[in-house]
Design a binder for this molecule. Structure first.
Ligand SMILES: *Cc1c(COP(=O)(O)O)cnc(C)c1O
Length: 387
């Protein structure tokens, strides 16, 4: 089976992890701050907090922004459940904004319409989580203008987008957002096995997230309510979690970051090749923003169901039977049973549902060979022809 995504591990990565195993610190040593420094300087953010997953990063980002009971978090239905669940973890309510049919990202026009209504009904969101689906950046400028006008905070869920650029600058510089979150799960662009990071330019938010990722405990006298009792002293000043990243993970992350730009460049080569090989098929190819550089975590096609005799499911099953590990990103979150129980109807977000009925993620990862890619293309040809 050719998977849809796969990590790329070389000898330098292995040596980096072995080096940590032989060192004094398996956790809470020098590698985590080194990894944070590498990511922060690569993406152009002032502060970076490494944690054990992007899900944890989203949680502490929401808490740092003050999200709590009675507040609303809005996000896109076409994302992994974590982009919405982080609101529920904080006791907030979650709602969705439909996608733009061209970019598949949260639609700024739909957002504006929903904000106008929410302003009248006095239920504006406190936090909006935007997701750079497939690595394609959202229209951050438009979202930033709405954030100022309506007073909400913006988290960029850039789990798909490290190494990508928006308006010529790396995603993660938080020019139009408060916090950006990355995932280092093995299917993502760079990996630490499990792992995530929150980056921000706001020192106050960074301090809060730093506390929350490690039990709400501080050893920093200036953050304490009294003079330390002695050199052993620490204080718990908030209710935090153990969301720390290990030294092994951070060392792997530092080593992977050296190849980030090459990884994304390779993904672009593969995408360009797919575009060329698939051009005559009855499918919609992924749209690429002319002024952006996608991280290209995913290569999603949409079937033109009116032009083929096969159903979406038949094409998908045929690809799997032919050894192509295609996937579907994502089942719209509002259709999950846990969210349906909150009263969402599938038809509340029609563009997301239309996308779901046609989308298939083809294999896309830096180690995909051209031979494998040719196999994917011929399997897709077969599947669409119904063989
Ligand atoms: C993978 C992913 C997450 C969760 O990442 P973890 O590191 O596995 O917690 C969140 N949001 C999106 C969009 C993702 O793709």
């Amino acid at each position: 089976m050719i998977p849809y995504g796969k990590q790329d591990i070389n000898q330098a990565d292995i040596d980096a992890v072995l080096g940590v195993l032989r060192s004094d610190f398996l956790t809470q040593g020098p590698k985590v701050p080194a990894f944070e420094q590498v990511v922060a300087s690569h993406v152009g953010a002032e502060h970076a907090l490494a944690v054990n997953s992007a899900t944890s990063a989203l949680h502490i980002a929401c808490l740092a922004l003050g999200l709590g009971q009675g507040d609303w978090l809005w996000t896109t239905p076409v994302t992994f459940v974590a982009s919405a669940n982080c609101g529920l973890y904080c006791g907030a309510k979650v709602d969705f904004v439909d996608i733009d049919p061209e970019t598949y990202n949260l639609c700024p026009r739909a957002l504006e319409v929903k904000l106008e209504r929410a302003a009248k009904e006095k239920c504006l969101p406190k936090v909006v989580v935007v997701v750079h689906l497939c690595g394609q950046p959202c229209n951050m400028e438009a979202i930033g203008i709405l954030a100022k006008k309506y007073g909400f905070k913006v988290i960029e869920d850039a789990s798909h987008a490290i190494g990508g650029k928006y308006q010529g600058e790396f995603i993660g510089n938080c020019r139009y957002s408060d916090i950006t979150v990355f995932s280092f799960h093995p299917v993502k662009i760079v990996t630490t096995a499990e792992g995530g990071m929150a980056v921000t330019n706001d020192a106050n938010l960074a301090d809060k997230m730093n506390l929350l990722r490690s039990h709400g405990i501080t050893r920093e006298p200036t953050h304490m309510t009294q003079e330390p009792d002695g050199p052993w002293y620490y204080q718990q000043v908030d209710l935090g979690f153990n969301y720390r990243m290990t030294e092994l993970q951070a060392a792997l992350g530092v080593s992977q970051m050296e190849r980030l730009d090459a990884f994304v460049a390779r993904r672009h080569q593969l995408a360009t090749r797919y575009d060329r090989l698939l051009v005559d098929l009855p499918i919609l190819l992924p749209w690429q923003h002319p002024d952006s550089y996608s991280g290209l975590h995913l290569y999603v096609i949409r079937l033109k169901l009116g032009s083929i005799r096969r159903s979406h499911r038949e094409v998908f099953e045929s690809l799997r039977e032919q050894g192509i590990g295609v996937n579907l990103h994502y089942i719209p979150v509002h259709t999950q049973p846990y969210y349906q129980a909150m009263g969402f109807q599938a038809e509340d977000f029609p563009q997301s549902m239309a996308y779901y009925q046609e989308a298939i993620s083809l294999p896309m990862f830096q180690g995909l060979t051209e031979n494998q890619q040719d196999d994917v293309v011929s399997a897709l040809r077969n599947a669409l022809a119904g063989e």
